[in-house]
Design a protein around this ligand. Structure first.
Ligand SMILES: [Zn+2]
Ligand SMILES: [Zn+2]
Length: 196
């Protein structure tokens, strides 16, 4: 759906629309829309700014930052947004300018696509990082085993959850580098593994 300034200049638009999964491109393999996105909104032209006010709801599947298993997030967000015409000469350095409590975005030319607005609102509603459970043990950095489900036989286990996403890259061989690793299995006391 394209919001055309010329049409908005004539009348305020009432929007009630459903975007099926796949119709909005989130440009990320780690963000998957599970259910239709429902949006109810109004769009109008105030002076030369497009104002879009309303709310959206959907369900998004993300990826656990530690073990890479899917995590489902309910997304529900109310918004009241203003988009000013993009100045032709001086392009603003950032996409958005912060002016008091009002965030102002920009549109170029004849208007903007509602899907682009919704995509941005969904991304803003999502947490930067999700974890499937607070005590998720992540992946073994050596073999990539999901330590929530199995105890692998590697000598070293992940000590730093930030390493977990790298775990799959390291399946071909043991991790190299100067990082100290400790066995964190509850079956054994914490033991420093001697490097050969
Ligand atoms: Zn997890
Ligand atoms: Zn392992």
């Amino acid at each position: 759906m394209f919001l055309d300034v010329k049409e908005l200049a004539v009348r305020k638009l009432r929007i009630r629309k459903t975007y099926t999964p796949g119709s909005i491109d989130f440009h990320s393999a780690e963000i998957k829309q599970l259910e239709p996105l429902e949006v109810t909104a109004t769009a109008e032209l105030l002076e030369s700014q497009i104002r879009i006010e309303g709310n959206l709801e959907t369900k998004i599947e993300l990826v656990c930052a530690r073990c890479l298993e899917p995590v489902v997030e309910d997304v529900s967000r109310a918004f009241d947004l203003f988009y000013a015409p993009l100045p032709k000469e001086a392009k603003p350095k950032e996409d958005r300018l912060k002016d008091d409590d009002t965030e102002i975005g920009f549109y170029e030319g004849p208007g903007l696509f509602l899907a682009d607005v919704l995509k941005e609102q969904v991304l803003l509603a999502l947490p930067l990082k999700v974890i499937c459970q607070s005590d998720c043990r992540g992946l073994c950095p050596n073999c990539g085993a999901n330590l929530n489900h199995e105890e692998c036989r590697c000598e070293t286990h992940a000590t730093d959850p930030r390493m977990a996403p790298l775990a799959r890259l390291k399946q071909d061989g043991p991790a190299r580098g100067g990082r100290m690793t400790f066995c964190r299995s509850p079956r054994w006391p914490s033991v420093r593994i001697a490097t050969k």
